[in-house]
Write a protein that binds this ligand. Structure first.
Ligand code: BTN
Length: 244
């Protein structure tokens, strides 16, 4: 079982864990969780909205020392899978929107911010920052399509129980990696992909186009196939799903 440092309030659980690491030795699987973030960080320089005491906001520390910098996407897959499988116990229609958003139907229920620090070609430490919308009922920021578990199920949920399940699931997949069973992780990740089947609208920062997901490569590159059969490859931020 992991050590959990619980804080009433902090700027960002990722930042707190980062600072702690500069001051002292911190064990693998240590979790910093908080009821409120004054400067919660999202991807692409965005913030992360969360009403006090309503949701799960936490960061988990991993030391994936044998993972090379160019293989770091496996950590993202492990964390996404851990969250998705845990949330799948509370509702159906949970999927992973490449690279690591967790969706319920067409809405975002969880965001993940991975912050890896590298030492040469290896990962020194990895901070998985996870925000899961649990009991919040109104979202006020301009985040396009948030949803919480309470909005889906109609009932108030126990945040602590969900935190335990998510962490246990992440550890399970992390152990698969330590046992060199990356194939299992990669295949489970692909099985849960959002819009895994059929043609959908994407945007390459210039224009919309229809394509289907052909593959997600181990380095995290999304491989799409257009309607004319052309293969197109995208790194994170180079392509967006167009949501209706
Ligand atoms: C996203 O934009 O999708 C990623 C959001 C990540 C939010 C979580 S909340 C806990 C951790 N601390 C942060 O400041 N951000 C992450």
């Amino acid at each position: 079982m992991s050590l959990v440092i619980h804080l009433g309030e902090t700027d960002s659980s990722n930042n707190y864990l980062k600072k702690l690491l500069q001051e002292q030795a911190v064990e693998e699987y240590t979790i910093v969780s908080t009821d409120f973030q004054t400067a919660g960080k999202g991807q692409r320089g965005n913030g992360w909205e969360s009403e006090p005491e309503k949701n799960l906001l936490f960061s988990m520390l991993l030391y994936p020392v044998r993972v090379k910098a160019n293989e770091q996407f496996i950590i993202s897959q492990i964390v996404s899978l851990g969250v998705a499988k845990a949330l799948g116990k509370y509702t159906s229609d949970i999927s992973i929107k490449w690279p690591n958003d967790i969706y319920w139907q067409q809405k975002k229920i969880c965001g993940i911010l991975m912050e890896n620090s590298l030492s040469g070609e290896e990962i020194k430490e990895s901070i998985a920052g996870i925000g899961i919308n649990i009991n919040q009922e109104d979202f006020r920021s301009n985040a396009p399509n948030p949803v919480s578990l309470k909005q889906i199920t109609g009932v108030e949920l126990d945040r602590q129980a969900i935190l335990n399940e998510v962490c246990n699931n992440i550890e399970l997949y992390y152990n698969c990696m330590l046992q060199e069973n990356n194939e299992y992780i990669i295949s489970a990740y692909k099985d849960l992909l959002f819009r895994r089947e059929g043609f959908h609208l994407f945007n390459d920062n210039t224009k919309d186009f229809h394509a289907r997901i052909k593959d997600v490569r181990p380095d995290g590159i999304l491989v799409l196939e257009t309607e004319t059969g052309t293969e197109r490859k995208f790194a994170f931020k180079e392509v967006k799903y167009v949501l209706s």
